[in-house]
Design a protein around this ligand. Sequence first.
Ligand code: UGA
Length: 437
Amino acid sequence: MKISVIGCGYLGAVHAACMAKLGHEVVGIDVDERKVTELSAARAPFFEPGLEDLLKDVQSTGRLSFSSDIASAEGSAVHFICVGTPQKKGENGADMAYVDAAVSDLLPHLSPGDLVVGKSTVPVGTAARLSTKIRESQPAAHLLWNPEFLREGHAVSDTLNPDRLVYGVTGGSEEHPSVETLDLVYSAPLEAGTPRLVMDLPTAELVKTAANSFLATKISFINAMAELCDAVGADVTLLADAIGMDDRIGRKFLDAGIGFGGGCLPKDIRAFMARAGELGADQALTFLREVDAINMRRRTRVVEITRELCGGSLLGKRLTVLGAAFKPKSDDVRDSPALSVAAQLQLQGAVVTVTDPEALTNAARRFPELHYEESTEAALRRADALLLLTEWPEYRDLDPYDAARLVASPRILDGRNVLDSNKWRAAGWTYRGLGRP
Ligand code: UGA
């Protein structure tokens, strides 16, 4: 099929490459010329495992191209809207400017029978509004809402082998003409047995925000337990293992630590609360305010524990932060808890060095005042304390004896509870976890 993908960020670039991999002829469109140039040369404009190989693989087939001209969408039967919906400045709600602009720009290029497929995370009600807009301009075109559940760091496999496919259509019927068209697009995952659920537009939009809110709630739940564990000297990692063995609860997303960040969970729960308020249903989501508050408290808690670890004062202490990305396998620093903690420590008088295998360029752009060091060994040298804040494998696998020889004082705060505390203590380290004795 001929497909256009509008917006080539984390979601769109991966989606475009994966659709070409599935055998379709794809054009990825983005207003950012730099992204278009990079992607056209089969270079990923951000770090995502497997993406660059996939780009090279599909571009050699001639099925994937990129353009900054929206007119390139003409002739495609299916148009995916993959642009961002960041948090509005100074407000909780989502900024819909990019989605609205993408759809308005696309309208003059739609032909009868075309299918517009929304993948961006949007406030419930957006799809119905956009559907009306599309029909007013091209009555024989359809809109379908197909939320995306990919995780950064696993984006390629999540797109090629999704857990489920959600189709939101006006009226919610399987008989809607656009269902058959999207089934053709996803024929490979559907044949491989991926479940596909057809529902009405608002339900499909809610599935996405509900899923991210649930994940955020799960993380804040275990972080709240970590606060209690800290108060009584219990171990939150063992608690998570034990409750997680009940398969109604499950062990995934129960890793207590410095909390969640990134371009999705924090802004999505806030946009969800803002939208519920507009709908007069704000009470339904007031618990998300607590989820957000527990999450933000983690960052303050890490600063406090670091102060304790440094003997009561941060002034002039040389601190090394291991990890800047919001999670491993990503160079994304949007709302990264690791960077936020690094910046707070610096503001409180510490001399902070940050290291990360992939995210330093993005981190330096966001917080130019911090000191960055590419080599882990150089970053460790003469540190008064280490803070492991993003659990990249190279930091999880650090040898405590080798590390002890480099630092000034063997003190470590394990912000993700991933180190073997006994091993580190045996090597002479003062070890602090979060919610661990
Ligand atoms: C999240 C969702 O997991 C995806 O399903 C969704 O498609 C995506 O948002 C989106 O809306 O686009 P992502 O932002 O890539 O994906 O990151 P997650 O893997 O969900 O991690 C989010 C944050 O939670 C990270 O900072 C991570 O370190 C933290 N986390 C995760 C914990 O603190 N504890 C855990 O147990 C799990």
